[in-house]
Design a protein around this ligand. Structure first.
Ligand SMILES: Cc1cc2nc3c(=O)[nH]c(=O)nc-3n(C[C@H](O)[C@H](O)[C@H](O)COP(=O)(O)OP(=O)(O)OC[C@H]3O[C@@H](n4cnc5c(N)ncnc54)[C@H](O)[C@@H]3O)c2cc1C
Length: 398
């Protein structure tokens, strides 16, 4: 493969940069830069701007209204968005359920849901995990009993990211309790306004309301909202997870975090010298940088192999493990570089609209919260231990 960008790709990078300079609202850019939580309105505003430009569904083919970019363009786009402090697109609609609807949905389902996702009209959340069904997802218990044209769904989902804002949830349910674990599962699209749904917040270690429990009590879901055949849910679920994992590697974010760390460690003084000159610290930064370079090449290799439009298979597990470990290491180094400045916790500033008078405090306020928040990267999208087993079996043949 060719590791240099072509003239057309470099021109594309400039086009993305110009767009971000002109269109990313300053207040949103600043909130992302400082690691402050975005409101639902911030996400919607930015995604509307992307949608109007035709760039919200960066991974979609042209036939469904996407920009028709190849993997390299998508990679450049992600990198530039992270460098410009643009918000990450909420992935559940555009990156997760949409590919499933394209592959397994009926024509009517594609006609109904895809244009709505493209126009940023729905906020989707992911109803996979349950208490007792995380790594062992196939043991999920949420039950869907067929009654005429409806399923009656009862059970509990957990860790539902941003479910408090969602109007739609894609959900794995058990339609046949007697079939083999995986064979009894179906994939349903559920309107979050349906009677019988309760969403309760879970507050995480960084004080944020990012995840929720979702209780379903005899919720009526039209059979027409099932994707694929009854009992085919596991196939849809696995297909979706490869898309989810590839995104978690977050190379653009890792690059941005490394730039920030290096600039911080140049300014912070240790015994009268920049911290970056301290051998023990520098060694960890250099190691992280080398790993990032290696990961980028691996990522490019994987996406080059998927040029024909296929999705990465077990390689997505590899990217997820290395990318998440790297991003955790970078957040750890940032917290260490901040030293005592990482200690104060300002929840109103980080999670609300409260302001801090001292710009230096504002710059460092998110250090510890982000360190805690990044712990999630090695858990969600399938815990890293599970991904290592997938790599061992599928790629290494062990
Ligand atoms: C911040 C956050 C957001 C999330 N968002 C969503 C969401 O929007 N929707 C959703 O459906 N889910 C979501 N999840 C859930 C996530 O997918 C699960 O947490 C994950 O799959 C792990 O499951 P678990 O938490 O039940 O842990 P467990 O499965 O109980 O695992 C606990 C530990 O045991 C290890 N372990 C378990 N089995 C094995 C094994 N066979 N071999 C080796 N080690 C093993 C795991 O690696 C882990 O370290 C989210 C999780 C987090 C933390």
């Amino acid at each position: 493969m060719n590791l240099t960008y072509s003239a057309a790709e470099q021109a594309f990078r400039q086009e993305v940069r110009d767009f971000l300079t002109a269109s990313l609202p300053d207040d949103i850019r600043e909130r992302v830069r400082l690691g402050r939580r975005l409101s639902a309105d911030d996400h919607v505003r930015w995604q509307n701007i992307l949608s109007e430009r035709g760039w919200l569904a960066a991974n979609w083919p042209e036939e469904h209204g996407g920009p028709g970019w190849g993997p390299v363009q998508r990679h450049i786009f992600d990198e530039e968005c992270a460098a410009a402090h643009a918000p990450t697109v909420v992935p559940f609609g555009v990156n997760m359920v949409a590919p499933v609807i394209m592959k397994f949905g009926s024509e009517a389902q594609q006609r109904h849901y895809l244009p709505r996702i493209l126009a940023n009209q729905d906020w989707w959340c992911q109803g996979y995990s349950e208490p007792g069904a995380g790594s062992d997802l196939a043991s999920l218990k949420t039950r869907a009993v067929r009654e005429g044209d409806h399923y009656i769904v009862t059970g509990q989902k957990t860790w539902t990211t941003l479910g408090q804002h969602a109007n739609m949830m894609f959900c794995l349910v058990r339609t046949d309790p007697d079939a083999r674990k995986q064979a009894g599962i179906s994939f349903l699209l559920i309107d979050m306004a349906s009677p019988g749904i309760t969403v309760r917040p879970i507050i995480t270690l960084d004080g944020a309301h990012e995840v929720n429990e979702v209780f379903l009590d005899e919720v009526r879901v039209p059979v027409a909202n099932r994707i694929g055949e009854e009992g085919q849910g596991w196939t849809c679920a696995k297909f979706l997870l490869t898309h989810e994992r590839t995104g978690i590697a977050g190379l653009g974010h890792a690059k941005q975090a490394l730039r920030h760390l290096k600039s911080l460690a140049t300014r912070v003084q240790h015994r009268g010298r920049p911290l970056l000159e301290l051998a023990s610290f520098r060694q960890r930064v250099v190691k992280a940088e080398l790993e990032l370079m290696a990961l980028e090449v691996t990522n490019l290799r994987v996406i080059a192999a998927a040029q024909d439009g296929s999705v990465p298979g077990a390689e997505s597990s590899l990217l997820k493990v290395r990318g998440s470990e790297l991003r955790q290491e970078l957040s750890d180094l940032t917290r260490r570089a901040l030293g005592p400045a990482a200690l104060p916790f300002f929840p109103d500033f980080l999670h609300g609209d409260g302001e801090l008078d001292d710009p230096a405090l504002a710059e460092s306020a998110a250090g510890t919260a982000q360190y805690f928040n990044r712990r999630k990267l090695s858990i969600y999208g399938g815990a890293n231990e599970i991904q290592k087993s997938i790599v061992a079996k599928t790629i290494l043949g062990m």
